[in-house]
Design a binder for this molecule. Structure first.
Ligand SMILES: *[C@@H]1O[C@H](CO)[C@@H](O)[C@H](O)[C@H]1NC(C)=O
Length: 240
């Protein structure tokens, strides 16, 4: 009896907490569950050991107007390679990361059921993205909505003008937070802090520990569904 209770307890708490630390969001191209993907392409390769993206998605992430979203990076003239590599990395991070659980939210959108909100990005990753793009041009602040899609790919909407990056995004913070409608949150945490998510990394994925930290830091977690099981089981065990 004791063994069974202990087993059930371990199973329930394991499933409830592990899920959020190793899961894929319900979006357009994500796998149902994370797992090894030995053939992930170039910039997406760091996620090979455990990924929510397929090899096909990782290859497409490197292409202009790819079949993923038909998204046109060059809507105000050709985007430089120096800048574009950050958008490729952002795509790899979004499509491949299995550790975004704490920031996944349900959404009512035609193209996905879940999104990420306020993922705390490491300062270096946000600042280098902005630094490498700041001499580019764009016509919109929020790249998630408001485009003219009539041609099949996104174009600047009527009445908008191509402006310098600095006019649209005066700071690295404004770019990282506004470009994907608050998917990311700017932080002053650095990569060694363990308190921010890294878009760029090599070696074992450092973001699982970060997700774990934020998951445990959430106050509502102190009384999770797990606790509803823990209390009666503890009681039963004490009775023995
Ligand atoms: C990925 O899959 C799509 C849809 O099946 C296909 O059109 C595309 O050519 C594939 N891309 C690569 C790089 O294999």
């Amino acid at each position: 009896m004791l063994a069974i209770s202990a087993f059930l307890l371990a199973l329930c708490s394991g499933v409830l907490s592990l899920d959020k630390l190793n899961m894929c969001m319900d979006a357009k191209h994500h796998k149902v569950d994370p797992g090894p993907e030995g053939k992930l392409y170039l910039q997406c390769a760091p996620w090979r050991e455990n990924a929510c993206c397929t090899a096909n998605t990782s290859t497409e992430a490197h292409d202009d107007n790819s079949y993923l979203y038909n998204f046109n990076w060059n809507h105000c003239g050709a985007m430089s390679d120096k800048c574009k590599r950050h958008f490729i990395q952002d795509t790899c991070f979004y499509e491949c990361s299995p550790h975004l659980g704490p920031w996944i939210q349900k959404v009512d959108q035609s193209w996905r059921k879940e999104r990420i909100l306020d993922v705390p990005l490491c300062q270096e990753d946000c600042v280098s993205w902005w630094e490498d793009c700041k001499d580019q041009a764009t016509c919109k602040t929020d790249w998630h909505k408001g485009w003219d899609w009539s041609s099949g790919t996104n174009q600047c909407p009527a009445g908008s003008k191509c402006k310098t990056w600095a006019e649209i995004y005066p700071t690295a913070q404004s770019m990282c937070e506004k470009i994907w409608s608050n998917s990311y949150k700017y932080t002053t945490y650095t990569k060694t802090s363990g308190r921010c998510m890294q878009m760029w990394f090599t070696g074992p994925n450092p973001n699982k520990k970060v997700a774990e930290y934020y998951l445990n830091a959430q106050p509502h977690n102190s009384f999770s569904p797990t606790m509803l099981l823990v209390i009666p089981f503890t009681f039963i065990m004490m009775m023995h």
